[in-house]
Design a protein around this ligand. Structure first.
Ligand SMILES: [Zn+2]
Length: 239
């Protein structure tokens, strides 16, 4: 089998991200994380079809721009790898993607309630959380983004945002690196949970303004190393 082209550091980050997201309850047996190749920008890397908590470096597969494995790699990839490939195609600056079925995000994909930043950790949601409704693209569907046209439609729904909700399914977030995508997956879940709690109290809810969201997103980028180091240690032990 062909060796994957990415750096060892990036491969380690994808493995760590898979373990972290499982440990944090964002991914269970389902969901996945990927990174754009740091050596072949038209390609990306993610695990073969496997529960994220079990991912090791040996499970990583390199996929081409059409989300297909490189010649010679006969392993089974994730059905929904097109989510990743089509976002990388549409958003050249995106370096990592997480797709999850994160429970607290589900109500926001199924109702009229808009997921909005309720605190600074969810600030990246300021740019909007569009809802992808697969029915509008394909009436007869099983909710899964199982081909390129569905992936392209999802990427179109995401537009320039950081998070897209998927009706009856889950959500997908992007980042400028693996730690940022992981951070956003974790804090989308937390923000959604807090927003649901806030609706039970006397409203209206005071969300972050767009300007606060923009500034806070930039500030959080500067401290990303701190939670990343902590989460890695919790998920992988001493390294
Ligand atoms: Zn899914």
């Amino acid at each position: 089998m062909k060796k994957i082209s990415i750096s060892k550091a990036l491969a380690d980050d994808i493995v760590a991200a898979s373990r972290i997201l499982a440990q944090q309850g964002v991914l269970d047996a389902y969901g996945h994380v990927s990174a754009r190749s740091d050596r072949e920008p038209g390609r990306f890397v993610m695990s073969r079809s496997l529960a994220p908590a079990l991912v090791t470096g040996k499970d990583l597969m390199e996929l081409d721009a059409d989300s297909e494995p490189l010649p010679g790699d006969k392993r089974k990839g994730f059905l929904e790898r097109y989510i990743h490939g089509e976002i990388y195609r549409a958003r050249p600056e995106v370096m990592a993607v997480v797709h999850s079925h994160s429970p607290s995000s589900i109500p926001f994909g199924a109702t009229r309630a808009k997921l909005r930043p309720i605190y600074h950790m969810g600030a990246f949601l300021w740019s909007g959380t569009p809802v992808f409704d697969i029915r509008k693209v394909k009436a007869e569907n099983d909710l899964l983004v199982r081909d390129r046209p569905l992936g392209a439609a999802l990427a179109k729904s995401l537009g320039g945002c950081t998070c897209v909700l998927m009706r009856g399914h889950g959500m997908t977030v992007v980042g400028d690196g693996v730690p940022e995508a992981v951070y956003r997956a974790i804090y989308t879940e937390m923000n959604a949970r807090l927003q649901i709690q806030a609706t039970q109290l006397e409203g209206p809810i005071e969300f972050l303004s767009d300007e606060e969201g923009r500034r806070s997103t930039a500030a959080n980028r500067g401290t990303l190393e701190r939670p990343w180091e902590l989460w890695k240690k919790q998920a992988l032990g001493r390294r």
